[in-house]
Design a binder for this molecule. Structure first.
Ligand SMILES: [Zn+2]
Length: 140
């Protein structure tokens, strides 16, 4: 892909970065691993990606050259259609995917539906990320 195609597809965005920072500054224990991980978050305009966002492990040469352990892409069209609470829930959801192994290596947390945790890929069932968003906003 050419540099032009990449800049049409991806966007580093101040508003998204500030929102992510505000969420991390809330110091929710659930996002402790994200706080200790070197990651970037950016928008994608690709229609072929996963629903609202995707959290990926960054391994191999780009990990070596950039030091980034995780990369989160957020689908801009879907993000733009959400209200504040929905945007926060989507970012919280992707941040919660970031976890560290016992020997402090980056891992991806899977969706879970057990033990009172409803961390779900379907936004309408994702009560867990929604509660994190409400905590960030001081409503819980
Ligand atoms: Zn997910």
């Amino acid at each position: 892909m050419s540099q032009n195609q990449l800049s049409e597809r991806y966007e580093v965005n101040d508003e998204l970065n500030m929102r992510t920072l505000r969420i991390l500054e809330a110091m929710l224990p659930e996002l402790n691993d994200a706080l200790r991980t070197h990651f970037r978050i950016l928008f994608t305009r690709s229609e072929f990606e996963h629903w609202g966002g995707l959290c990926q492990l960054n391994n191999g040469p780009t990990r070596f050259t950039t030091g980034l352990e995780n990369i989160i892409t957020i689908k801009k069209s879907e993000y733009d259609a959400l209200d504040e609470e929905g945007k926060n829930a989507l970012v919280c959801h992707e941040l919660y995917h970031i976890m560290r192994s016992d020997d402090d290596k980056p891992k991806l947390r899977k969706h879970q539906y057990l033990g009172g945790i409803d961390f779900c890929e379907l936004p309408q069932h994702d009560g867990f990320s929604h509660r994190l968003a409400l905590k960030v906003m001081g409503k819980l």
